[in-house]
Design a protein around this ligand. Structure first.
Ligand code: Z5A
Length: 221
């Protein structure tokens, strides 16, 4: 089994808490890359393939038949990784292989943040799954960082029925935010921290700047 963890320069992920504004950021990156003539594939996690989208439903919005059965943290982790293993092989790698840029709304960093810091699962176990089941990291990860209360207020303005994870308490989201920030501090080569507390135009401008600089670095490398 392949255990190498490779970074691909055309693979970009967006991370952050609820209501951080990933949609605005994704649109800004897509526009920038298309202006420069690149093929862009937009995708998301959990999800991105029909099977992985089914798994997303199981994790976030279980139907009536299974809603009463508590989902253990361990099962939640394995489900998001099952979805990711599928997503990488069916969508992400084929797109990268034909030269496209792939922008994913969340990727493995979310598992470290939500299942690791949020649910309290062993980060080493997650690292092992990342190596064995995924084998791929983004070349660039934009972390949209925003105060938990601000992000939740934005998301609450939109969600009538919060999903399983959105129903968690503020301390869960605080741990998630801290884990994302820690990962960004520990890997400044891959991460760019975006102040997502600004208005949407301000966030889009920071994102465009960060991606343009990164493209220049990649071209010089
Ligand atoms: N999850 C996990 O547990 N483990 C994993 O491995 C993975 C995921 C991959 C689904 O993700 C859930 O899966 C997520 C983590 C978990 N759960 N949570 N929480 P998701 O990305 O689909 O769900 P989300 O993070 O809850 O999405 P979101 O709340 O939609 O966040 P967003 O995409 O960053 O926000 P948005 O749609 O761009 O904006 C939200 C609202 O805020 C919207 O009304 C905007 O108009 C408004 N907004 C956005 N930016 C601004 C600014 N700058 N100012 C004012 N208002 C703004």
């Amino acid at each position: 089994m392949n255990q190498a963890l490779l970074r691909h320069p055309h693979f970009v992920s967006l991370e952050g808490g609820e209501g951080a504004g990933k949609t605005t950021a994704i649109n800004a990156i897509r526009d920038l890359l298309r202006e420069r003539g690149h093929e862009v594939v937009l995708t998301r996690e959990p999800g991105g393939t029909p099977l992985a989208e089914r798994i997303r439903g199981l994790v976030l919005k279980p139907d009536e038949e299974i809603a009463g059965e508590p989902l253990s943290a361990e099962a939640e982790l394995l489900l998001v990784f099952a979805a990711r293993a599928q997503h990488v092989r069916q969508v992400i790698r084929p797109a990268l292989q034909r030269g496209a840029y792939v922008i994913s709304d969340r990727f493995t960093d979310s598992s470290y943040a939500y299942q690791g810091a949020g649910r309290g699962l062993d980060l080493q176990w997650i690292a092992e799954l990342e190596k064995r089941a995924v084998g791929l990291q983004p070349g660039l990860t934009l972390l949209l960082d925003v105060d938990v209360a601000v992000g939740r207020a934005r998301a609450n303005g939109r969600d009538l029925w919060p999903d399983r994870i959105e129903s968690e308490q503020d301390d869960f989201f605080q741990r998630v935010r801290e884990q994302f920030r820690l990962r960004a501090q520990q890997d400044t080569q891959r991460f760019r921290l975006i102040d997502a507390g600004q208005d949407q135009a301000g966030v889009a401008a920071q994102v465009r700047r960060a991606v343009a600089e990164w493209l220049e670095q990649e071209a010089d490398a």
